[in-house]
Structures are given as structure tokens and as C-alpha cells.
Design a protein around this ligand. Structure first.
Ligand SMILES: Cc1ncc(C[n+]2csc(CCOP(=O)(O)OP(=O)(O)O)c2C)c(N)n1
Ligand SMILES: [Mg+2]
Length: 201
């Protein structure tokens, strides 16, 4: 019989499996139709998505990149609702790159690289001024790690003690550019150290 720990692990695996199968099926289905859609998958990030959902608190907020499917599923959005959002590209909460849902704390998704970073700052200032006692999760790709915005935003966040978690989904590549070919640092997490805060990887 499964003990409690194993049941918990099983549920985590189940969520990761759901994300992977949803993404694979979506990719296959869109290939076979004449529906023309941007489709930005989260394949390979299932563990990050599910792990984040386990430590995210009720009033926390996340600012996403354009890879939102896995997070939506990990945070409990039903596959049917997610599919509807992906296929109905008619407002800023819909379309593969704009899956937002304030119900689960997904308040912003961004197609411009690095654009979510200053939005996180704004939300974190709001939380600080209004004493909301929550955390803002700012997701970015390694493509944003060599831009200027991240340095400004980490500097301001650090200077003003803002509660932001900068979470880099680092797959080592930004379209065709390997991050190591343009970065002066060895690890993206070193950026956090530079700004005087502990950073883990
Ligand atoms: C400011 C800006 N420059 C260029 C692009 C074109 N672009 C779209 S995706 C991408 C690569 C992003 O790489 P990364 O942030 O590592 O995310 P990944 O796709 O690897 O998840 C680029 C350069 C963009 N969206 N925004
Ligand atoms: Mg990348």
C-alpha cells in the first residue's frame, strides 16, 4: 500500500504527466489542422511548474513569459478551460501566449523578452505599500538574462527590499542563440548574487 509520502510523490508525477501529455497532444493536433495558432509549449519545464505550484501561497502573484500552459495546468486550470483559452485568441487573457487567470494568481504574461520584469516590480511595490504580505513570482527565460532590464529590476528590488522571486527557466538557448555565447557569467543565478541577495540553483 502506498504511504502518504508516496501518494504525494505520485500526485506530483501525475500533474507533470498531465502537462506533458497535454502539450504533446496539443502540438500533434494543431499540426494536423488548418487552425493557425502560435503555440508555445512548456515541455521540459513540468517539474518547475509543479514545484512552483507547491510553494506558491494563496495571495502570491506570478508574472509569466509566453510559456504559460504548464503553469496553468499545474495551478489547477482544467485542460478544457486551458484549451479554450489557447484557441480563442480574442482578448488579452487568451491565446497560447496570453493565458492569464487572476483566480490562480496568473496576472500577466509577456511576449516581449524581459517585459515581465518591471511589471513584477510594480506589483511588488503595490504589495509593499499596501502591506499585502505576498510574494511576486517573476518568471523569465535565459534570453532575458543578458538584457539590461534584469539588472535594473534586480537592483531596485534589492534596494527597496521588494518581495520578488526571480525565477529563470533556463534552457540554455534563446531562439538560435546559446546563452553561453553572449553571457559574461557562468550561471544565471550569479546575477542574484551580484545584487547582494542569496541565490540558489
Ligand atoms: C525584446 C524582444 N526581442 C526579441 C524577441 C524575439 N524572441 C522571441 S522568443 C526569443 C527567445 C527567448 O528566449 P528565452 O527567453 O530563453 O525563452 P525560451 O524560448 O528559451 O523559453 C526571442 C529573442 C522578443 N520577443 N522580444
Ligand atoms: Mg531559453
Amino acid at each position: 500500500m502506498l504511504n502518504n509520502i508516496n501518494i504525494e510523490k505520485f500526485k506530483i508525477y501525475e500533474q507533470m504527466y498531465l502537462i506533458r501529455r497535454f502539450e504533446e497532444k496539443l502540438h500533434e493536433s494543431l499540426k494536423c489542422t488548418d487552425i493557425s495558432r502560435y503555440n508555445h509549449l512548456s515541455i521540459g519545464r513540468e517539474a518547475i511548474n509543479v514545484a512552483m505550484s507547491k510553494i506558491f501561497k494563496e495571495n502570491d502573484k506570478m508574472v509569466n513569459t509566453y510559456r504559460t500552459h504548464g503553469l496553468a495546468l499545474a495551478f489547477g486550470m482544467s485542460p478544457v478551460k486551458l484549451l479554450n483559452k489557447i484557441l480563442m485568441n480574442d482578448d488579452l487573457e487568451n491565446g497560447s501566449m496570453y493565458v492569464n487567470s487572476s483566480e490562480i494568481g496568473m496576472v500577466s504574461s509577456n511576449t516581449i523578452i524581459g517585459a515581465g520584469l518591471p511589471i513584477s516590480l510594480g506589483l511588488a511595490f503595490d504589495s509593499k505599500f499596501d502591506k499585502k504580505n505576498n510574494v511576486i513570482w517573476c518568471l523569465f527565460g535565459d534570453g532575458a538574462a543578458t538584457g539590461g532590464t534584469i539588472h535594473e529590476c534586480m537592483n531596485i528590488a534589492s534596494k527597496h527590499n521588494l518581495k520578488i522571486i526571480f525565477l529563470c527557466e533556463n534552457n540554455g538557448i534563446a531562439m538560435c542563440t546559446p546563452v553561453e555565447s553572449v553571457a559574461s557569467f557562468d550561471k544565471v543565478s550569479d546575477l542574484g548574487k551580484e545584487k547582494g541577495r542569496l541565490s540558489r540553483h
